[in-house]
Design a protein around this ligand. Sequence first.
Ligand SMILES: [Zn+2]
Length: 472
Amino acid sequence: MVQDMQFARGLYDNYELYREQCLYNRRFKYKNILRLIFGIRNKNIFTVKKAGESFEGRDIYLISLGHGPKKIFCWSQMHGDEPTATAAIFDIFNFFSAENSYTEFKEFILNTVTLHFMPMVNPDGAEVFQRRNILEIDLNRDALVRQSPESKILNDTFENIKPDFGFNLHDQERIYTAGISNRSTAISFHAPPFDYERTINESRTNSMKLIVQLSSLLNEFIPGHIAKYDDDYEPRAYGDNFAKTGTSIVLMESGAWTEDRERQFLRKLNFVLLLMAFKSIAEETYQFENQDAYKSIPFNKELMIDFIIRNVKIIKGDKKIIADIGINYEEINLKNNKDFFFKAMIKDLGDLSVFTGFRELDADGLTLHPGKTSEQSFHSFEELNNVNPIELFENNCTNVKVDIETTEFEYSPYPFNVVLKNHAVNSNQIKVEALPNFILRKEGKFKYAVVNGFLYDANLIQLGGGNGLIIK
Ligand SMILES: [Zn+2]
């Protein structure tokens, strides 16, 4: 184990040598990975085969390397907006292609196991950065009836390979902590059961042991940020069905790490984890792990919130209360599907002491004033460059009117929201699911503005990246 730890540390420290530079955020597309697949096709350690076509006609590839008797199959991004492991797979390809590094290790792996990868099982969903495929089917609920071509491809490939180990690679939402704690789940694991009784047979035992080994390695890098996904049986899901065949399945979900929304750190952990898993399977060291330790990995709990403002004074009529306000940011895809903007929402209000914010503000002594729309209206977006946001905030305003009916802009790049003509301007309300737009004052004086859930101080310093909305 000590040796394994040193080896994992080496991979972690050397990761930058192998990181695929062409993939640098989460919204990369099929054409980006196609170029990389064509690139490795000429390298003789890889076998690249077309496994089939997506509904919209994108070729889905199976990339294999090694010639050992133990078979491992890794598939990623069956949910189009869960690309972290896909990027890590291309990092792993770079690792295996790189000359004069880890030569002995790679030789050992390729002689002992055969590795099969299907990156981006759902390229049509990835194109528009959505979970489901283009038929609006969740592929992970299509394992039984297989109405989507991508489902058939994954299933047929799995049946052809008959792997000893399968890695089902996903991203999970940012809302989870590792058990009841204040630590976001960075990586969660699951050894899926194959029946409602959650029977533990030999192949599931092996999944559990491997997970125990991987989580203890991971614990050196991100102590306490590791969880179990759940322990439910989902008859329509792939992992659960593949587990029926006697393959040891490991579900791995990349979650949240501080403000790393693009999950590039988690991608690095995926790189280390998968290589360590291959090592363990090749050496069969997972067999020495204590299966009971699987039970003590905490489950995901829904206790993370993007931004929590604590102890703020809210006035209703002549009454006042002190409450916490929890704000979550939803990512809205831009029309080009290459980028996104944020739309914030009040997720919860009241005593939020059990929750942890990725960001927090202690608003003790501050009074909330719902954001108003300014009296003055403007004729164009260009004129908005002349608006002094601090002046707006001093007047408890978070919104500005523009006298135009439509715009090409999809969000407001300003630290205020833009209200288009003819839009009924109702003032912002402080309630669950409403837009978080308000001013915080201390003894009457402006202290902070919260616009679309993002915090600005009196020097207009935006505490964390963000944007305003166009209200139309
Ligand atoms: Zn998923």
